[in-house]
Design a binder for this molecule. Structure first.
Ligand SMILES: Nc1ncnc2c1ncn2[C@@H]1O[C@H](COP(=O)(O)OP(=O)(O)OP(=O)(O)O)[C@@H](O)[C@H]1O
Length: 260
């Protein structure tokens, strides 16, 4: 579990994050959502240690990241898998070289052991047989799956996904969401997904943190969201008439189910 407590971050005299506290639960998909510029990336960078908050704390399994020494931070980083926006693969490396990269950096495994692990994670993301391909030969969805394989190759406790659906068609987005959800539940990772994708919010949002102007405006699950009366959240999530109708239908469905 990751706990953030009273995080504040400013750049110069511009306050970006104000007093944000939340818990990211293990074995769950924790989503950070909000309009552009609301502070999602800055908050995520504070959580992974790329930015130091001006005040507040970030606790990984109860231990403050801010007071860790260099060695402890290095150990923590090895427990964090990251899926970057746009996948961030090395174009000059093959799929298997990309996926093996964290093992080359951090593990003392033999080449044979690394190969076995690479094959395992490629199979997990349904890319067996693509080992020798180069990123240029892959579709956007395949690149994301390579990115996911690389993010999980060290068996991370924490998995960060930055806008995993950006640039993907709706059908491929669903597959990527399903993969992230399954991996989270299967390996009990504490997964944090930064997203704009409303479908992801409803499909994989076990726990959602909604930021507005650098503050936590709302927190809850995808089930709570349909009944939320928070106007800002409603305007953000159910922006169009179509989505508003979908929300009403879900509310009717949910209340019917409760009556059964
Ligand atoms: N290194 C930085 N120095 C100064 N200001 C920054 C820095 N990084 C981000 N900001 C500012 O912080 C605010 C929040 O940015 P952030 O990137 O966290 O928003 P976001 O919610 O992730 O937006 P988007 O959805 O567009 O990615 C913006 O006003 C941005 O200009």
């Amino acid at each position: 579990m990751i706990e953030i407590s009273h995080i504040r971050k400013a750049f110069g005299d511009k306050t970006i994050l104000e007093d944000i506290s939340a818990q990211m639960e293990a074995g769950k998909c924790n989503l950070i959502i909000g309009t552009s510029g609301s502070g999602k990336t800055v908050l995520t960078k504070c959580i992974v240690g790329l930015f130091t908050p001006d005040s507040g704390d970030v606790l990984y399994s109860g231990e403050s990241m801010l007071t860790m020494n260099k060695h402890e931070k290095k150990l923590l980083r090895q427990q964090i898998g990251m899926l970057f926006q746009g996948s961030a693969l090395f174009d000059s490396k093959t799929v298997e070289e990309n996926v093996r990269f964290p093992l080359d950096m951090f593990s003392k495994q033999t080449m044979g052991e690394k190969q076995k692990r690479v094959d395992e994670v490629l199979a997990r993301v349904n890319l067996s047989g693509s080992n020798k391909k180069y990123p240029a030969e892959l579709s956007g969805g395949m690149k994301k799956r390579v990115g996911i394989a690389r993010a999980i190759v060290l068996n991370p406790k924490y998995l960060f996904c930055d806008e995993p659906n950006s640039g993907l068609d709706p059908q491929t987005s669903l597959l990527i969401d399903k993969l992230i959800k399954d991996i989270t539940h299967e390996f009990k990772t504490t997964t944090i997904v930064v997203t704009h994708d409303m479908n992801s919010v409803m499909e994989i949002g076990d726990h959602i943190i909604y930021l507005h102007n650098g503050r936590k405006q709302w927190e809850g699950s995808n089930k709570d969201i349909i009944f939320s009366k928070d106007t800002l959240l409603n305007n953000f999530i159910f922006a169009s008439e179509f989505l508003q109708d979908a929300k009403e239908m879900r509310m009717i469905e949910a209340s019917k189910n409760n009556q059964l």
